[in-house]
Design a protein around this ligand. Sequence first.
Ligand code: GLN
Length: 572
Amino acid sequence: MTKFIVVAGGVMSGVGKGVTTASIARILMEYGYNVAPIKIDPYINYDAGTLRPTEHGEVWVTDDGGEIDQDLGTYERFLDINIPKNNNITTGQIYKTIIDRERKGKYLGQTVQFIPHVPDEIKRRIREAGKDNDIVIVEIGGTIGDYENIPYLFAMKSLEREIGKENVVYVLVTYLPIPSHIEEMKTKPTQQAIRLLGETGIFPDFIICRAKIALDKIRKKKIETYANIPSTHVISEPDIDTVYSIPLDLEKEQLGLKILNELKLKPKKHSNWNDWKNLVNKIKHPKKHVKVAIVGKYIDIGDYNLADSYVSINQSLLHAGAALNVGVDINWLDAKIFENSPKKINDLKKFNGIIVPGGFGSSGVEGKIKAINFSRLNNKPYLGLCYGLQLAIVEYARNVCKMGNANTTENNEKTKFPVIDILPTQKEIMEKSDYGATMRLGAYAAVLKENSKVLKLYKETNRLKEDMKMIEKLKKDKSQKFRLGILNKSKNIVLERHRHRYEVNPKFVDQLEKKGLVFSGYHLREDNTKLMEYIELPNHKSFISTQAHPEFKSRLGNPSPLFYGFVKACAK
Ligand code: GLN
C-alpha cells in the first residue's frame, strides 16, 4: 500500500517548503524507501514553459520534455533520480483534462462540477504519478489561506478518507518571525496557520518551524499547548549556510523515524549519511577557491531574481565544487558592459573561468561573443551552455573562419553566414504550434567522439555508464524512444536535456571543422538530420560547449561531467 505525505505551507511563501520536502524525501530514501515527490502548482498556466523566468525563477526541464517549476529541480538535486513531468500538477492541467473530457461527451450528460470532478482528477493524477512507489510526498504550492490551494487540500482530505488516516501524514511548514523591536520569536502566526488549515478538516501531524534560529523549549511547548501538537512533533529548521545540511538537521530531531512511525512503517535499512556529510563539509570549508564569471543578460532583472534565474547553473557549480573540494565564487556579469565599454573585457582576466549560459533574443549577444573570444584567445576555461555553444560557433566562424558577419538567425536573419539557424523541420513545428512547446525539449541522446575531452569527462564522472543504462530503458519506452535517434551501435552515448529552437547549421560544419573546431558529439535524428551537441578545442586548457543544458542533471554526489571538468580546469 502506497503511503502519502502532504506538505503544505503556512504564514508566508518562500520559506523553503521545496527544500524541506526534498529533505524529507531524502531522509526516507536513506531508510530504504522508494519515494515519489510530487509538486502541485495551483496556478492556471498549463506548465511553467511560458512563465517569465525573471518573475518565477528558471524553468526546469525534465527528461520527458516537461517545462516545470524549479521545485522538481530541487527534488532531483537532493534525491539523484530523474523525475518525469507528471510529477508536477497545475490547476491548468486539471481543468483542461476535465473540459476536454466534457467536450468529448465522456461525462455522459452529468453536470460537471467542482465537487466531485476537480478533486477526483487531482487524486487520479497523484495516484498515477505515485504508482509503484512506497511513499508519495505531495508538496502543495502556495500558502494555507490562498483560495487556489483549497481544491488540493480538499482532495487530500478525501484521499485520506478513502485510504485511512494511518496512511497519510500531514506536514505544515511555517515561519516564526523575530521582530527586531522586541527580539522575541513569535509563535502566533504559526498558531493561526494551524487553525486555518483546520478549516479544511486537516490537522497537521508535524510542524516544521522555519526561523532564523532554532526553537527553544518554551516556543515548542507553546505550540504544543495552543495547537495540540506534541512538542516532539514540532521540528526546528533554522537558517543555515547550505540547504544540503537540512536533511542532517532534521535527522537530529529524528524526523524520519517519527514520520515512519506515524505511517506504521519500520526502517528497511540503517541510514548512512557519511558521504552526504562529507560533501556538505566540503561545501562549507573548501580547500581552495576559484572565481567564475557568468556572462549573461540581466538587464531587465534587477538584483533580486538574478541568481534564481540561473539556479541550476549555480547548483551545478556547487556540486562540482563539492566533488573537487573547491569553492566556486560566482560573479554575474552583464554582457552589455562589454558592448558599451570594450576595454572592460580585460576585467575578465581576474577570473579563473567564464560561462555563457542559455539565453534568448539579441540583447547582450555581441558582449557575450566578446567574452567568448577573450576566453579562446587567453586560454581561460570556457563553458558554453546552449546559447553559449551557439555563440561560440558564431565567434569561431567570424574570427577563425573569416566569415565576416556570421551570426545566428535569432540575432540577424539576413546574415550571409547563418551558422546557427532554425532547421526546416523545426520551422514546421513552430508554424503549427500556439507558442508553448515549439522547442526541442527534454533528453536527447548524443553519440560522443572517441578520444574527445567530452567523452573523457563522461567517463571520469561515471556518467557514461549511468547513461548507457538509461538508454537501454528508453529503448523499451515507445513514447520516448524517439529521443535516441539513430545510434549506429556506438558505445559512447549520453543523455542531456534540451530547451532551444535553433541548431548548428549542418551546411557550415565542414568549414568549421577544417579550421580546427572539434565537434565532439552529435544527435542523429530519425530523419537523418545531424544535430551538433558538443564542441571543444583540442589545444585549449578547457574550451567546451554543449547545445544541451547539463545543469539539469547535476546532483549533490553526482556532478554534471561538463561542470566537473570546467571547475577542475579553473582550479588548475
Ligand atoms: N535562443 C537559443 C535557441 O532558442 C538558445 C536557447 C537556450 O539557450 N536555451 O536555440
